[in-house]
Write a protein that binds this ligand. Structure first.
Ligand code: SER
Length: 890
């Protein structure tokens, strides 16, 4: 069967069964819950599945042939393209849909009818899978169409289809074609080793649930049908080839690639990969640009750019020097324009866009070649190119070794690959040495071996928090292991991951890794050995082995808090520079879920009003709630545009530039508020930060200050706590919070007044007591050899009040010497001696206080001739101190 024939048969079959034939929607999905690209036939119908909009078809049934792209997010087949016989980044999905109308029985019966009667497939070579919990579907296969129970297999997550991280989902039943024993072992689709033999060609999904952002499932109002059959795979089945590149349209595209490159399919396995990749990517780029995506450094545009550049790189390696993408695109239009008339309408624009992109990328490739040429001038006749030069090209300019070799092959020059490998080893050894020097355990070198074997991990966490992958290495107790069991602590490496590995101050993600029969709780993620993401955790159930397919899920609540704190760090950084000056430079940071910490250069403490302004500016940008944008650019361009970079930090040749908000004040008004080079994860829009609250400011080293701040919920909790405290203070003061400060000031003033009064009362009491004593004829207020004398032991008077007592005593005597010894509860004593001015020529208070001090076990004392003070440990001898002074007058 040919593509156009199958399309017609499909539409006719369903129209005869009261299905409205709905034309393919674009590749940019409209529904807010949808992923980046339309990845299946059901996507345009999401509003009907979830009851958001009334179904416009009578009866509520539809069929379609929908263009799909799987090149990012949950359904991403990009890496398999060209190497897998059946994966495509662009394909057409045949689908029939019921919105609360017919359900499993009809869906199964009609799928069978179409397979056996329209396609004419041999019933004995079809296999079926159903979800483990869906007995109903399995029974219907037997009852409705007499399908043999022994060819029905039951699977777990493979029989549960989901549109994306959120959105409609449900159990499914899949139809498989057995391509025969020459393609793999027996055992049916449940045997993973037989995946090239039993190939899925149709998926019947029983859409019954909606996956919410928190991961839970909500039942839908209606029970729906969503089936999807890959057009290319069915064609493969009808022509008896599991290789979809043998089907008519793709074969024709491969032929176009053969023509453009001058290389034939079957020449070598690497060039076969390139030809198939060109055939696939040609359709993907043509349809994406037709549907309005343009190559750029963001979102969809970035995925498109990667697809175009990948195609060009592969073509370049096959020796293609002239632009190839517009030419392939033209071929796509010729081939598919009848089925998709929009291709014809926009063909010129699409080819122009592709041409421009290719020209630009070829310039990058050429600049690599210019550097190569300069290096070649130094190479003696007949000698190979120095391996270190090839390594620098690869390492610094992103110009791969195979491109270098290829460029030189044409000039008959070889590359010293041993030198290249040696240079690479040297760099790794240096990294290792730096690592060892950083105090990491020597066992950590195991990660370099892992890195050498499995390569760096692809990080998906900017776009998604859940993804699928395959375990590529396990490490336990410092060495590689083949498997780990429940209870074991383990470090897990997966080929790709949404988990952020700790770096740039941002802590690593936590979450779970699940596979068939096992689960691992991830408590931290670290980057090791130059690009390997290591999930650290514990096997909580089952047994995990290297090679196991897994589903990785980041703890998204925690990640959301981390994102808010990271974005807030950028805002605080910029606000600090705005308020304190541009000398503020980042010295360190910590971005954790519960708080953020930022260290920066600044010579003195931040005043309270400055801190308030900093907080205010940051929150102003939070409230702008503008989208946070990230772009990949060349380092130099980014810095030229004013992006803040960390001095001494090593950046790759491409950097991520994160922009936030719009400046409202000063010279920068109207320009982005914060622009930083950053590899971290950030909020979608600044409003997601909620609130920024600085909670502390202090010094960490000379000239380096530290700010700690909270965001969102944590900031709110902090404010609540502050408010609770204020209320408690107000209630203790018995006033409203608004009156608390005035009341507290009044209370403090009252306290000062009382202290003054208390001191005065004590003084009066002491003097009064002294006067009374003198009346009694005791040793006070007497005349000793014609010198007036007042001496008194006073208990419980603090030393600072003794002086004013002495002053008062001098005044009341008029002329004479006074001595007061104050005794404290702990047994110590202090003594003050005062001499009126007329007598200072005869007696020095300093000499007298020494005598007194000696009596109470003290040493010396000090002051002036008219007033001196001392202390001693021995309050019990207070009376002797007075006597000592008295006798000195004699
Ligand atoms: N949505 C399901 C799939 O893409 C069936 O259409 O496989």
């Amino acid at each position: 069967m040919q593509a156009q024939e199958l399309r017609r048969a499909w539409t006719d079959f369903w129209t005869a069964r009261q299905h409205t034939d709905v034309p393919s929607a674009g590749l940019i999905p409209l529904h807010p819950s949808a992923p980046m690209f339309t990845n299946s036939g059901m996507m345009p119908f999401v509003p009907y599945f979830i009851g958001e909009e009334p179904v416009p078809y009578r009866p509520p049934r539809a069929s379609s042939i929908q263009t799909c792209v799987r090149a990012g997010g949950k359904h991403n087949d990009l890496d398999a393209i060209g190497r897998s016989p059946r994966h495509l980044s662009f394909f057409e999905m045949l689908g029939n849909f019921s919105f609360g109308d017919y359900f499993k029985a009809d869906a199964i019966r009609w799928a069978w009818e179409f397979s056996t009667e329209v396609l004419g497939l041999d019933a004995d070579r079809i296999w079926v899978t159903c979800h483990v919990d869906d007995d109903e579907a399995a029974e219907l296969w037997v009852d409705e169409v007499g399908f043999p129970a022994e060819r029905i297999q039951r699977l777990g997550k493979d029989n549960f289809w989901e549109m994306g991280d959120t959105g409609p989902c449900g159990p499914s039943s899949e139809l498989f074609w057995d391509f025969g024993a020459e393609h793999g072992p027996d055992g049916g689709p449940a045997n993973p080793a037989a995946e090239n033999r039993y190939v899925e060609y149709w998926n019947l999904v029983f859409q019954q649930y909606f996956r919410l952002g928190d991961g839970s499932l909500k039942p839908l109002e209606t029970r729906n049908i969503d089936t999807g059959a890959g057009l290319e795979r069915i064609l493969g089945v009808t022509i008896g080839s599991p290789d979809v590149f043998q089907t008519d349209e793709l074969r024709s595209l491969v032929a176009a690639a053969e023509q453009a490159t001058g290389v034939r399919l079957g020449t070598a396995s690497e060039s076969d990969v390139a030809l198939k990749l060109l055939a696939d990517h040609a359709r993907t780029m043509t349809f994406l640009v037709t549907d309005g995506v343009v190559p750029s450094n963001e979102d969809r545009g970035y995925v498109l750019r990667r697809i175009i550049r990948r195609a060009i790189r592969f073509a370049y390696l096959l020796g293609v020097e002239k632009p190839i993408t517009p030419r392939l695109s033209e071929h796509v239009v010729g081939l598919m324009g009848e089925a998709y008339p929009q291709l014809v309408a926009s063909a010129d624009t699409v080819q122009a866009v592709l041409g421009r992109e290719e020209e630009q990328f070829r310039r990058t490739l050429r600049s690599g070649l210019t550097i190569l040429d300069a290096a070649l001038a130094e190479v003696p006749e007949g000698a190979p190119l120095d391996g270190t030069v090839a390594f620098t090209l690869h390492d610094t300019y992103g110009f791969p070794l195979d491109l270098t070799q290829d460029a030189l092959r044409q000039r008959g020059i070889s590359v010293d690959t041993d030198g290249f490998t040696a240079a690479m080893e040297r760099q790794k050894a240096e990294a290792r040495a730096n690592w060892a020097g950083s105090g990491e355990a020597a066992t950590e070198t195991v990660w370099f071996a892992v890195r050498d074997r499995v390569g760096p991990t692809e990080f998906l966490g900017y776009e998604t928090e859940a993804a699928e992958g395959v375990v590529t290495a396990l490490v336990g107790n410092g060495s590689e292991i083949a498997s780990a069991e429940a209870g074991d602590s383990v470090a897990v490496v997966v080929n790709q991951t949404p988990f952020y590995g700790e770096s740039g101050g941002q802590v690593g993600d936590t979450g779970s890794i699940r596979g068939e029969g096992f689960e691992i709780a991830v408590t931290d993620t670290q980057k090791k050995g130059d690009g390997v993401f290591v999930h650290l955790g514990k096997v909580v159930s089952g047994r995990v082995a290297v090679g196991a397919p897994v589903e990785l899920k980041v703890d998204s609540r925690r990640r959301a808090m981390i994102r808010a704190n990271h974005s807030a760090t950028h805002l605080v950084h910029e606000a600090l520079r705005e308020v304190l000056g541009t000398h503020v430079a980042q010295k360190g940071s910590l971005v954790a879920p519960d708080r953020l910490r930022f260290d920066f250069s600044h010579p003195k403490p931040i005043a309270a009003e400055e801190l308030e302004r900093i907080e205010r500016l940051a929150n102003e940008v939070v409230r702008q709630n503008e989208k946070v944008t990230t772009r990949l650019m060349a380092v130099d361009d980014a810095i030229a545009e004013g992006a803040m970079a960390l001095f001494g930090e090593k950046y790759g040749d491409e950097v991520r530039v994160v922009r936030m908000g719009t400046a409202l004040h000063g010279d920068k008004a109207g320009r982005p508020y914060s622009v930083e080079l950053c590899g971290g994860t950030h909020v979608g829009a600044t409003g997601d930060i909620g609130l920024v609250r600085v909670v502390s400011e202090g010094a960490v080293a000379a000239g380096v200050r530290r700010i700690e701040a909270l965001t969102g919920e944590a900031a709110l909790e902090h404010l609540d706590e502050q408010e609770r405290r204020l209320k408690a203070v107000a209630s203790a003061l018995k006033v409203s919070p608004a009156e608390a400060v005035t009341r507290l000031e009044a209370v403090l003033e009252e306290r000062r007044r009382l202290e003054r009064e208390l001191a005065e009362a004590r003084r009066k009491l002491a003097l009064g007591g002294a006067a009374a004593a003198s009346e009694d004829g005791a040793a006070a207020g007497e005349s000793v050899n014609g010198v007036g004398f007042l001496g008194k032991v006073v208990a419980g008077i603090p030393p600072k009040e003794l002086k004013s007592l002495a002053d008062a005593g001098k005044t009341s005597l008029g002329s004479g010497v006074v001595v007061f010894v104050g005794t404290a509860e702990d047994g110590k004593a202090s003594v003050v001696v005062g001499v009126t001015d007329d007598l200072t020529a005869r007696f020095s208070a300093v000499d007298l206080v020494r005598l007194a001090s000696a009596a109470i076990g003290g040493q010396g004392g000090g002051g002036r001739p008219d007033m001196a003070q001392a202390g001693g440990p021995d309050g019990a001898h207070a009376a002797e101190a007075i006597a000592a002074v008295r006798s000195a007058l004699g």
